[in-house]
Design a protein around this ligand. Sequence first.
Ligand code: ADQ
Length: 489
Amino acid sequence: NRRSRGRPMKQRLLVVANRLPVSAVRRGEDSWYLEVSAGGLVSALLGVKDVDARWIGWAGVNVPDEVGQRALTKALAEKRCIPVFLDEEIAHQYYNGYCNNILWPLFHYLGLPQEDRLATTRSFQSQFDSYKRANKMFADVVNKHYQEGDVVWCHDYHLMFLPKCLKEYNSKMKVGWFLHTPFPSSEIHRTLPSRSELLRSVLAADLVGFHTYDYARHFVSACTRILGLEGTPEGVEDQGKLTRVAAFPIGIDSDRFKRALELPAVREHINELTHRFAGRKVMLGVDRLDMIKGIPQKILAFEKFLEENPSWRDRVVLLQIAVPTRTDVPEYQKLTSQVHEIVGRINGRFGTLTAVPIHHLDRSLDFHALCALYAVTDVALVTSLRDGMNLVSYEFVACQGSKKGVLILSEFAGAAQSLGAGALLVNPWNITEVAASIGYALNMSPDEREKRHRHNYAHVTTHTAQDWAETFVSELNDTVVEAQLRTRQ
Ligand code: ADQ
C-alpha cells in the first residue's frame, strides 16, 4: 500500500556505498563530531521525487568498542546514515588491498599489480576473501534495515559482491548496482583471477548501470565470453533470468553552481582572481591526485606548449589544484613527488622574478573557491588516462555562463561522449597533440568559443544528477515489475 491518508507514501531507497557521505571524528568515549559532505551523490539523491533515501556505508574510521559504535550509530541516524563497522585488518585488505590496489587500476587499464602477477596468489586470495567478507558485512546491515518494498541501490567497484549476498538473503529484494568507474574491455577483465565470481555476483542484481554505452557493452561481452552466457539487447540472460544492463550517464546539480556564482562572497573572490591574473589567460586543472587523471602528462604538454610558443610565456598561467588521495600508498607518494619535480623544473625554466607559469596546489578547495576558479578560467584541461565520467568538466562548463571558456577533454573520459561536440578532444598520451590543442584553445575565435560552449552548457544543465538518479530508480522499479510479469506468463 503506497498511500496513507490520501498522501502518496515515499518509497524508501537504501543507498549502499563504501563510504557514508559523512566524516566522523571521535570527540570522547561516546561523542562524535560529524561533517556531512555535500558531494554530487548526496545532492543527486536529495532531488529524487517521491523517494526517501537512507545511506548505508563505512564511516571510514575504526571503532573497535561497543560504546563508540552505539554512540556513532545514534549520531549518524540523525543524518539518515547507517554505519557498517569493519575491523581494521579487514578494512585494510578490502579497501586498500582488493579495491584500490587491484580493481581500481585494472578497471582503468593500468593492469594488475606486479607482485600479484608474479607469485603471491596467497596475498591476492586473502585480499579477495576480505573483500567478500566486507561485502557480506554490508549485506548484513542492509538486510537488517530492509523493509518490503524498499529499493536497494549499490554503488561502485567496492561492492560487486553485494548484489549476490543480498539476493541470498531475500530473492525479492529490488537490487540495482551502478559502477562509477569504466568497465574495461573483456580482455582486460579476464586477467583478473576472480573474474567469474565477480561477474556472477553483479548479475544477481536486477539492474546493472554504467556511465556509458561502451562500458555496458564491455560488461555484457565479459559475461558472454568469460561466463558463456547470452547477451541480449536488454542485458544478460542466464537460464531464463534476465539481468538488465544499461547506460545511465551521471550529471551534476548545475543549479547549485549557478546559485553559488550569485553569492557576494563568490563574486568578490572572482574579482580578486581576475585582478590577480590580469593580462594572463588562466588555464585550470582540478583533480584528485591519482594516476588515472594524467597530471604529469598534462603538465608536460603545457611545458611543450611554452617551449614552442615563447610569446605566450608571460601571458598564460596554469593553475593545477590536486587533492591528495590514498596518501599511504607508495605509488601515490611517488606520483606526488613526480608532479612536484616536473612543476619545479618548468617553473625554474620559464618563471621570472615576478611570475611563474604553473601554480600547483596539493589540496582541496572549498566549494565557493572552486566555483570562483572555474568562473575565471579561460581553458580547462582534463587529461584523464581513463575516467568513468569526470565531473570536473561538467562543473567547469556550469560555471562558464559569461566567459564561455574552452574545455580540452581526454577522449578516455566518459564525459567525452556527452561533451565531445563542444570540447576539444585529445589523446592525453599524445603530448604534442595536447600542446597543439592548448594553442588552438587560447587563440580560438569568440564565435567558435560561443558555439562550443552553448552545446556543452545545454547538456550540463539538462542532464543533471537528479535526472540520473531518478531515471535509475524508476528503471529499477520497472525492471522488477517486468520480470514479475514475465515469470507469471
Ligand atoms: P572522481 O574520480 O573523484 O569520481 P570526478 O568525477 O572528476 O572524479 O569528481 C571529482 C569531484 O571532486 C568533483 O566534484 C570535484 O569538484 C571534486 N574535486 C576534485 N579535486 C578537487 C579539489 N582540489 N578541491 C575541491 N574539490 C575537488 C569517480 C569517478 C569519475 C566519476 C565520478 C562520479 O572516478 O569518473 O565521474 O566518480 O561517478
